[in-house]
Design a protein around this ligand. Structure first.
Ligand SMILES: [Zn+2]
Length: 121
């Protein structure tokens, strides 16, 4: 059973805390909020996942660029893709690529990941 299924009282107010969701950097946290003082508790599992994300985020990967036909291909480290949790399923899907600024490209998996999550549900 999930620990958040238990009745948890706010340690300051002695009031039952309510379940809620918190979004931070694309992460959805399950939280408990005290309706009186607004004190929050983040679900420990979600917090752990978030810490794993921060660790990956602070890592720098050196990847090679290869010429494939008329395009260049770079490999995305498996560590990152598997963390995004839908490894095989996102391989063939479309991602949005943006020329963010000089010297910087960004890849947006947002939409395709959402689609994969929908399918899993
Ligand atoms: Zn409280």
């Amino acid at each position: 059973m999930d620990i958040f299924e238990n009745t948890i009282l706010c340690k300051k107010c002695d009031v039952k805390m309510q379940k809620a969701k918190l979004v931070k950097r694309g992460f959805i946290f399950r939280i408990l909020v005290c309706p009186k003082c607004n004190e929050k508790i983040i679900h420990p599992v979600d917090e752990q996942e978030y810490n794993r994300f921060i660790n990956l985020k602070n890592k720098e990967f050196k990847v090679k660029m290869r010429l494939v036909g008329n395009s260049y291909a770079v490999s995305i480290p498996k560590e990152i893709v598997s963390f995004m949790s839908a490894q095989e399923k996102i391989m063939d899907s479309m991602v949005n690529l943006c020329f963010e600024e000089m010297g910087k490209l960004s890849l947006n998996f947002g939409q395709s990941l959402d689609k994969v999550k929908e399918k899993i549900r």
